[in-house]
Design a protein around this ligand. Structure first.
Ligand code: UDP
Ligand code: MG
Length: 329
């Protein structure tokens, strides 16, 4: 059973969002106040270089429902989400962007579904009309390939916008890995889930923080964190190429026997050498991707470093997440 008057935590990572935060807080309060649940807002200030920190701390001063975790530098959205979950105290936690691209009205539907018994309620975009064609195609390709090779199914067209129950939050917090591909982790832990369709509007203000290169790295991280297929595929590529080589060798021998010695083939030789050279480099590169992650995990550095915490209530402000305390000792 859900508590009669639950605490709902809203976790919002912010990186250079000075133009968005005021509107965000205003909208959230206007939609969620006076309902049959309590609300807390957990902002994670991810090392912004604009006035986001000042704006957020002023908001935290004004509203007791706001808790603000400030990072010592930019650690990226995945780290910010991890911190948000670590510091959220709610019976259910809602993860959303501050640019109002995740429509706040949907929160009420999320909570309804949660009360029906679902432990994960994720937002599903009806279409990707607000994205460029290139982003649509690459995103589509990414999800298809990811779902095929990872053994974990990320529903198509879902972002991070979702509600997760306290049990799920605690499970995710218990995952020790440093490489936080949150979408994958959310899907990996499972639990009773459902999706809610919505139309994703354009950003309310500011601009996207994800360049093509950042998205590419994000995708690589997703593949490498959730699948060993890229690592193992090379044995099969190697076997297939070996087989083809044997066939080709037999053809050459046969040709030599039938029509005598022939010495053409400078071009074909060069092409083969270059081709197999590149295949080998690619496979070494893939190995590197995995080894670099082993390296990162082995170093055991914390996922993020907190510079300062702003919170008015001492209710459980003293509770620090285990990971951070461990790192501080
Ligand atoms: N974000 C963050 N750290 C970063 C980049 C982004 O916390 O290094 C936050 C950002 O402030 C926003 C959310 O992640 O609240 C989504 O970012 P954005 O809107 O730029 O992504 P898009 O909607 O374009 O995918
Ligand atoms: Mg956005």
């Amino acid at each position: 059973m859900r508590p009669a008057r639950p605490l709902i935590s809203i976790v919002a990572p912010c990186y250079n969002e000075a133009e968005s935060v005021d509107l965000f807080v205003e909208t959230i309060f206007s939609i969620l106040s006076g309902k049959d649940f309590e609300v807390e807002l957990v902002f994670v200030e991810d090392g912004s270089t604009d006035k986001t920190r000042e704006k957020l701390s002023a908001l935290a001063d004004r509203h007791s429902e706001i808790r603000l975790v400030v990072f010592s530098r930019n650690f990226g959205k995945e780290a910010a989400l991890t911190a948000g979950l670590d510091y959220a105290a709610g019976d259910a936690v809602i993860v959303m962007d501050v640019d109002l691209q995740d429509p706040p009205e949907l929160i009420l539907t999320f909570i309804e579904k949660w009360r029906e018994g679902f432990e994960v309620v994720y937002g599903m975009r009806e279409d990707r009309a607000s994205d460029t064609a290139a982003k649509r195609i690459t995103a589509n390709g990414f999800y298809r390939l990811f779902n095929k090779i990872s053994g974990v199914r990320i529903p198509q067209n879902t972002g991070d916008y979702r509600l997760i129950d306290r049990r799920v939050v605690d499970t995710i917090k218990s995952l020790p890995e440093r490489s936080r591909f949150m979408k994958g982790l959310f899907a990996w832990v499972g639990y009773k889930s459902t999706g809610v369709l919505y139309v994703r509007p354009e950003r309310a203000a500011g601009e996207t923080k994800f360049s093509f290169w950042r998205l590419w790295n994000f995708a690589v991280d997703g593949f490498v964190s959730f699948s060993t297929v890229p690592l193992r595929v090379w044995s099969y590529v190697g076997a297939a190429v070996a087989l083809l080589s044997v066939i080709y060798a037999s053809m050459i021998i046969l040709q030599t026997i039938v029509s005598g010695v022939d010495v053409p083939g400078y071009a074909s030789l060069l092409v083969f050498v270059l081709f197999f050279g590149s295949v080998q480099l690619i496979s070494v590169g893939v190995l590197g991707e995995y080894i670099s992650r082993l390296f990162v995990e082995a170093k055991q550095r914390p996922i993020y470093i907190v510079d300062e915490i702003y919170a008015q209530d001492a209710k459980d402000g003293a509770v620090r997440p285990a990971r951070e305390t461990a790192a501080a000792e």
